[in-house]
Design a binder for this molecule. Structure first.
Ligand code: ADP
Ligand code: ZN
Length: 815
């Protein structure tokens, strides 16, 4: 009997399951799991697929098509990764194709819809005829889709040719939508080559410098540094010689030195001298030993260490221990852009063993990091949640820092995964340990450590025994009644700001809303401008005189008069960072006020610039949104002010209290970290609020106990699991009917565990109406079968023709 060969392929599509194609015998023998192949799909499309399973079972229901092409001779995805993807797709109820699409850099998964363009790399290799043809097309057109190329060229080979061009670094993927990542450039110095090679001219120039001793010093120093054969930063030599840019520039003008530029924050940085590891304080040492101890019994441990307790140094020790065992470390943090301080610290100790993954890297850099990781060239990988998808082979330890952070959850698109939870599975696949670290642990992790599922280690004091900042709550109602308030600042807060400014201490003011004011309102008729696409009022941005929608990005000019009654009485309500910045600059005209929010950190290195300015004390008062809460480590902050705690406490979400506690404690933790004790002032209309009282005495455990008690009473996580189905459509009536029907079907099985369909707080976003169905799963043993059941109902529902146009989003653990 004659043999037939098949391959099951993962395609980057939101469709269930894998897809079977036919192979020739030689192809079958050449392929292994994790290799890429080009396959046709639908009538015209071509995709990069990933080999999932090789077999000889002929599909019974359809005729398998042949593949187009093998793209890899060796795998680029590991079997361990595929196991992780399977778990994600099962648990988060999405297709494995969704995970594949998320996991791989775009340059590794080219398909018909991909656009490519020429880069500025010169052609210095021989090209095949087809390669040359594509480059010719790209010389005339700046960007072209693979689909278009396929229809002009012989379509069977297109992905292979594109891969060759990518490998030769002659083209790049064109990601128009993606903000371009512009690498940081630094100035370096070297001698003018011509001068240096001409001994006489050189010594003549050198002699002339006798009258400029500072310049001479730079030259001398450069001569010694040159011997080390490493690039020399301009800033470094200025610092070493205690000179200035001006002095260096005179040497450049005299044509003795040249300035040249290098990129500093690519995946590779220049060799630097490694720092010895700090020795731990007694308290740190104790916690460190306890972690080791707890890892003997548990795979997962929670390190609960107050802000400024020096968790990072403990991580560094643990990383070293893991490396000593010959294993790798994955370090996950909430956001890479705001972690420059931490990356810098790790790089100081581990140098180029550290790789870090940044979603803003261009696709070449992403591919470079991916392949280097695959080939075991890093010992430590750092990144935000997407670093979970790197092909690490030999993990010994995963550290999830600030594990309570909401940004570990991907809200859109699929897979809607939580990186902290997924990290535990990734560690299990490697039989590695996981350390979760936080000063304000999520209640899930805390609960798991209390009931013995995780180990628990506590670090109660700050490094250097600095006292935790003193927290005082200010009664806003009283302040308004007694007129002890200017703008949004109570007199108590203003006095404290003045004191700190006098002592040359820096100040952070926290307000969790950007823009100037969230609402514009006509005082005559009450009209409020709304977004035309979403059911939300527009936020006023005073600096730009614009009204902006924070949901869809819609922007319009601030009207001069009310569009409804034509009156001129437009006023603003609510409070954003822009307004506070303005108030402060009026109150303290002689001090520098800075602002850190999504608007000011957009640019290339927006975030770093503000941090550097603050560090260099060029900013006295920094106003910011929750960005200022995240792990910044400065040593001169005397005061932290929270302008209005109430908005955080009254947020309509079962997590509001937990989050409010975490956020305010973290912001407070920025104060007085090194030497002197800091102070925190929290303004509120409700100063007796339980949560505020608990924050003021750092009583995390009491907060946790109370909130967990409530959660148990009302059956919220961690005492249940939740799944939210969101239905979206532009026709409100159709959406109503459809969501009622779907809820009815689900109700049969879930009864009272099903809530809705309800209209979410924002009923329409980007012109689509929203409806939500919430399912609470109480019995942990039935979660798997419940998910299967929901999937089945959704499959059936999608076959109803009238409702096919309705988008349904499934979100597991939607928080
Ligand atoms: P956390 O992350 O727990 O809030 P950090 O790790 O940022 O705290 O540490 C707070 C500060 O104390 C940092 O500036 C850090 O450099 C310093 N520090 C912590 N441990 C040590 C140590 N063992 N030796 C020297 N400095 C330390
Ligand atoms: Zn909008």
């Amino acid at each position: 009997m004659f043999e037939e060969y098949f391959v099951d392929v993962i395609l980057p599509l939101p469709l269930k399951g894998t897809f079977t194609y036919k192979l020739e015998e030689e192809e079958f023998n050449a392929l292994t799991i994790g290799c890429r192949i080009a396959v046709p799909f639908g009538s015209k499309k071509i995709y990069t697929g990933l080999v999932y399973h090789l077999h000889q079972n002929k599909p019974e229901l359809y005729k398998a098509k042949p593949i187009q092409q093998i793209l890899d001779s060796a795998p680029i995805v590991t079997e361990k990764q595929i196991r992780l993807w399977e778990w994600i797709s099962d648990y988060y109820m999405c297709s494995i194709g969704d995970v594949f699409r998320q996991a791989l850099p775009s340059a590794l998964k080219v398909n018909s819809e991909t656009f490519i363009k020429r880069n500025d790399h010169p052609v210095d290799e021989k090209l095949t005829k087809e390669e040359g043809y594509i480059l010719e097309i790209l010389a005339k057109k700046s960007s072209v889709s693979v689909e278009e190329l396929a229809s002009t060229l012989d379509n069977r080979y297109i992905l292979k040719i594109i891969k060759q061009l990518l490998d030769k670094n002659l083209i790049v993927i064109d990601e128009k939508l993606k903000q371009k990542y512009v690498p940081k450039i630094e100035n370096y110095v070297r001698f003018n080559e011509d001068l240096k090679n001409n001994k006489e001219a050189f010594s003549e120039a050198f002699l002339k410098l006798d009258r400029a001793p500072k310049q001479k010093e730079i030259v001398m120093r450069l001569l010694t540094l040159e011997a080390e054969n490493k690039p020399i930063k301009a800033s470094k030599i200025i610092k070493l010689t205690n000179t200035s840019h001006g002095i260096l520039n005179s040497l450049v003008k005299k044509n003795i030195l040249n300035i040249y530029q290098l990129q500093t924050d690519r995946t590779y940085t220049e060799e630097q001298e490694l720092q010895p590891i700090f020795s731990l304080s007694d308290a740190q040492e104790k916690a460190y030993q306890e972690i080791h101890q707890s890892f003997k019994e548990n795979d997962i441990s929670l390190l609960y260490g107050v802000t400024g307790s020096g968790k990072t140094e403990i991580y560094i020790q643990l990383i070293q221990d893991t490396l000593a065992e010959g294993k790798q470390v994955l370090f996950l943090l909430p956001e890479i852009a705001i972690s420059t301080q931490l990356i810098y610290r790790l790089k100081q100790f581990f140098g180029n063993d550290v790789g870090y993954y940044h979603s803003k890297f261009n696709n070449q850099e992403q591919v470079e990091l991916w392949l280097k990781t695959f080939h075991n060239q890093y010992k430590i990988l750092i990144g935000a949640r997407s670093a979970l998808f790197l092909p690490i082979e030999n993990l010994g330890l995963i550290i999830v820092d600030e594990e309570h952070e909401g940004s570990f959850k991907q809200n859109q698109p699929n897979p809607r995964y939580n990186a902290r939870d997924t990290a535990l599975v990734w560690a299990k696949i490697h039989q590695a340990k996981t350390l979760l670290g936080s000063a304000t642990p999520s209640l899930e992790s805390y609960y798991n450590s209390k009931n013995g599922k995780y180990g628990f280690v506590e670090l109660k004091q700050r490094y250097g025994n600095v006292l935790m900042p003193e927290i005082q709550i200010i009664d806003l109602q009283k302040a308004y009644k007694k007129k002890e308030i200017q703008g949004h600042f109570s007199d108590i807060l203003l006095n404290e700001i003045r004191d700190n400014l006098e002592q040359k201490k820096q100040i952070i003011i926290f307000q969790n809303r950007r823009g100037y004011a969230p609402v514009v309102e006509c005082q005559t008729c009450g009209h409020t401008p709304h977004c035309p696409n979403c059911d939300v009022s527009l936020t006023y941005h005073k600096v730009s005189h614009l009204l902006k929608c924070h949901y869809c990005g819609h922007t319009q000019a601030q009207p001069k008069f009310c569009p409804s009654c034509h009156g001129f009485n437009l006023d603003t309500k609510g409070l954003g960072t822009e307004q506070i910045e303005q108030e402060l600059s009026l109150l303290f005209p002689n001090h520098k006020i800075g602002r850190m929010d999504a608007d000011t950190t957009k640019g290339k290195h927006g975030f770093e610039k503000i941090i550097h300015a603050f560090e260099a004390r060029e900013i006295d008062i920094l106003v910011g949104t929750q960005m200022v809460a995240k792990g910044l480590d400065f040593d001169n902050i005397g005061l932290v002010g929270i302008l209005k705690a109430d908005t955080l406490l009254n947020y309509p979400d079962f997590r509001a209290h937990e989050r409010a506690f975490q956020l305010m404690t973290q912001v407070a933790g920025r104060a007085g970290r090194k030497k002197d004790r800091g102070k925190v002032l929290i303004q509120s209309f409700n100063p007796e609020h339980n949560i505020l009282q608990q924050i003021s005495i750092y009583n995390y455990k009491e907060m946790a106990k109370e909130v967990l008690y409530e959660r148990r009473q009302f059956v919220y996580p961690p005492f249940n699991r939740m799944i939210i189905l969101t239905l979206k459509h532009k026709d409100q009536v159709k959406l109503d009917v459809a969501s009622n029907l779907l809820a009815q079907h689900l109700q049969k099985s879930f009864g009272e565990q099903l809530l809705g369909p309800e209209t979410p707080p924002i009923a329409r976003i980007k012109n689509l109406y929203h409806k939500r169905i919430l399912i609470k799963l109480i019995n942990p043993k039935k979660i798997v079968s419940a998910k299967k059941y929901i999937e089945q109902i959704l499959e059936n529902f999608k076959t109803i023709k009238a409702y096919r146009s309705i988008q349904i989003i499934v979100d597991v653990d939607p928080y």
